[in-house]
Design a binder for this molecule. Structure first.
Ligand SMILES: [Zn+2]
Length: 303
């Protein structure tokens, strides 16, 4: 697997926190039916699904280095974060993540933008680190790009948690990994079509969360889509209606998945999904029509 990939003038890397079997596919994907996998065994296993139907997932950031800026996309689970209801995230240390960032020749101070596709706990963790008992921005020179709709939704949920028994949203990550960034003045609330620089711009993909945005990258006739959690696993290409149990609006999430799949399949657009394991991007291709499924799609990791 390539460690880095050029997309025109953009250099793309991934920085991995964790990778491996995460949970049973039926726990993550609401409508999962293992019988539907039979027609897709050749590409779904062993990379994305274990023999006993556990999803293999990565928790990772992507880094885009352009001639102008270094951009970190999604900030994983993070370090020292209290997440008692998820043992694999709880008070983790992440030496692998830091070492990989360093191996790209990047220090924390070299990141110019952090873009969180959405504000679930596994996408905002590295936004902050502990410093003398306080959460402070990890990337001191970065602007943190937060979608306006996404921030407004979770801010309202947080406010509600202050006055009612409702738990603090997203395992407490809004409070420890988003609010401190806003309070530091490093947050920039952006529209869903915000352009970071020529060839790098957001797109609205509301559904998985109320304000999820994707990032489009285009340089010299090449293109890529950083899709956050529109897909959790390539297995969802077996049935585009299979939304995850973490989707706030599963129907809208499925519509977004349908639209994205049709837009990029059989094109040169590379898909960089939030949790796809053991690959640095890949292509969606139209598969053979199958008896049980009028359309079928295949994910092919890029070489
Ligand atoms: Zn996620």
């Amino acid at each position: 697997m390539a460690q880095q990939r050029l997309l025109g003038d953009f250099l793309i890397s991934r920085v991995v926190e964790q990778e491996g079997p995460f949970a049973s596919a039926s726990v993550v994907i609401a409508g999962f039916d293992e019988h539907r996998i039979k027609e897709h065994e050749d590409w779904v296993r062993p990379h994305y699904l274990t023999p006993d139907n556990e999803l293999i997932m990565a928790f990772q950031s992507y880094v885009i280095q352009t001639p102008k800026a270094n951009i970190l996309i999604d900030a994983c689970v993070g370090q020292d974060k209290p997440r008692p209801s998820r043992p694999s995230w709880h008070l983790q240390q992440q030496p692998r993540y830091l070492a990989q960032l360093q191996s790209l020749g990047l220090g924390m101070e070299d990141i110019d933008y952090v873009f969180c596709t959405h504000m679930h706990a596994d996408h905002v963790g590295w936004n902050t680190v502990l410093n003398n008992g306080r959460w402070v921005p990890t990337f001191k020179n970065a602007k943190y790009l937060f979608g306006k709709e996404e921030y407004a939704h979770w801010h309202a949920a947080y406010q509600l948690s202050l006055s009612t028994p409702t738990p603090s949203p997203n395992h407490g990550s809004f409070e420890d990994s988003v609010l401190p960034v806003v309070e530091s003045g490093q947050a920039q609330m952006v529209e869903s079509d915000f352009e970071i620089e020529a060839g790098l711009y957001l797109g609205a993909a509301f559904g998985h969360t109320p304000g999820t945005c994707v990032l489009h990258a285009k340089s010299k006739d090449q293109s890529a889509l950083f899709s956050g959690d529109i897909f959790h696993s390539p297995v969802q290409l077996v049935d585009l209606g299979w939304s995850s149990r973490f989707c706030s609006d599963p129907v809208a999430a499925a519509q977004v998945r349908q639209a994205v799949t049709h837009a990029i399949c059989d094109t040169n657009t590379l898909l960089f999904a939030g949790h796809f394991p053991s690959c640095l991007g890949g292509h969606v291709k139209r598969g053979e029509r199958t008896p049980s499924n009028a359309e079928s799609f295949v994910f092919k990791a890029a070489d």
